[in-house]
Design a protein around this ligand. Structure first.
Ligand code: DC
Length: 221
C-alpha cells in the first residue's frame, strides 16, 4: 500500500505521516529530508543553487540514507548523521530553492519510487509532489493544508521549544516565501491531485486529523 501526503510546509504532514505509518505498520518516507540533505551538501560545498548542472551532480553525489522507526528517524548524508543539521530554516529555504532544479528532482523522485516500492508492507510518503508525480497511482492521497497563520504559529512554537525562535512575523514571512516558491515552480509544483482527500487542519486536533485519515484509508480498503 502506498499512501501519499502532500501539502504546504507546517500543515502537519510529517507528524501525521509518522503517526499513520506507525499505526498501519508501514515505512515512513520523509521526502523533504532528501531535498534538505542535498541542500546541506550544496551549502557546505558552496555550490550556486542556480547552477543546474552543478546542482544535479551534487544530488547524484549525495548518498542519502533514511533509517529508524517513524518516531525516531535518522538521516545520513554520505555516512554522516545529519538528522539535526538539516532542520534549520536556512537549509529549509535552500531545499525549496534547489528543488526547482529538474535534474535534482528526477534523481530524488527515482530514489523515492524505489524506496516506496521495495517497502515490505508499503509506505507513507510525505512531500509536495507525491500524489501528482512520484506515485500518481497511490492507493490513497491526502492533501493536508492549514491557514498560513496557523502553520506559522505551529512552526514558531516548534522553533521556540528548540530554542530557535526569532519572531512570529519572521516565521510568517519565511512560510509565505517557501509556499510561493514551492507552488509556482515549473517542474512539479505543489498542487492538489484530482483524487486527493483535502483536510484543512487549521482548527483540528492532531488526533482528529489522524482519525479522518484512518477513515479515509479504511474507505479505500
Ligand atoms: O517538507 P520540507 O519542509 O522538509 O521540504 C523542504 C523543501 O523541499 C520544500 O520547501 C520543497 C522541497 N520538497 C519538494 O520540492 N518536493 C518534495 N516531495 C518534498 C520537499
Amino acid at each position: 500500500m502506498i499512501i501519499a501526503i502532500d501539502g504546504p510546509s507546517g500543515a502537519g504532514k510529517s507528524t501525521l505521516g509518522k503517526m499513520l505509518a506507525k499505526r498501519l505498520g508501514l515505512l515512513y518516507l520523509d521526502t523533504g529530508a532528501m531535498y534538505r540533505a542535498v541542500a546541506l551538501l550544496a551549502i557546505r560545498e558552496g555550490i550556486d543553487a542556480s547552477d543546474e548542472e552543478a546542482m544535479t551532480r551534487a544530488a547524484k553525489r549525495a548518498e542519502i540514507r533514511l533509517s529508524g522507526e517513524p518516531g525516531h528517524l535518522h538521516v545520513e548524508l554520505n555516512g554522516e548523521d545529519v538528522t539535526e543539521a538539516i532542520r534549520g530554516e536556512k537549509v529549509g529555504q535552500t531545499a525549496s530553492v534547489i528543488s526547482i532544479v529538474s535534474g535534482v528532482r528526477r534523481f530524488l523522485v527515482e530514489r523515492q519510487r524505489i524506496l516506496g516500492k521495495s517497502a515490505e508492507h508499503g509506505a507513507v510518503l510525505d512531500g509536495r509532489d507525491i500524489g501528482t508525480v512520484v506515485f500518481p497511482d497511490a492507493d490513497i492521497k491526502f492533501f493536508l493544508t492549514a491557514k498560513p497563520e496557523a502553520r506559522a504559529r505551529r512552526r514558531f512554537e516548534e522553533d521556540e521549544r528548540k530554542g530557535l525562535a526569532v519572531s512570529l512575523e519572521k516565521t510568517v514571512r519565511e512560510i509565505n516565501l517557501r509556499d510561493e516558491r514551492d507552488s509556482t515552480r515549473e517542474d512539479s509544483p505543489l498542487r492538489i491531485a484530482d483524487d486527493a482527500l483535502v483536510i484543512d487542519t487549521s482548527e483540528m486536533e492532531i488526533e482528529d486529523v489522524l482519525n479522518a485519515m484512518l477513515a479515509g484509508v479504511r474507505g479505500k480498503q
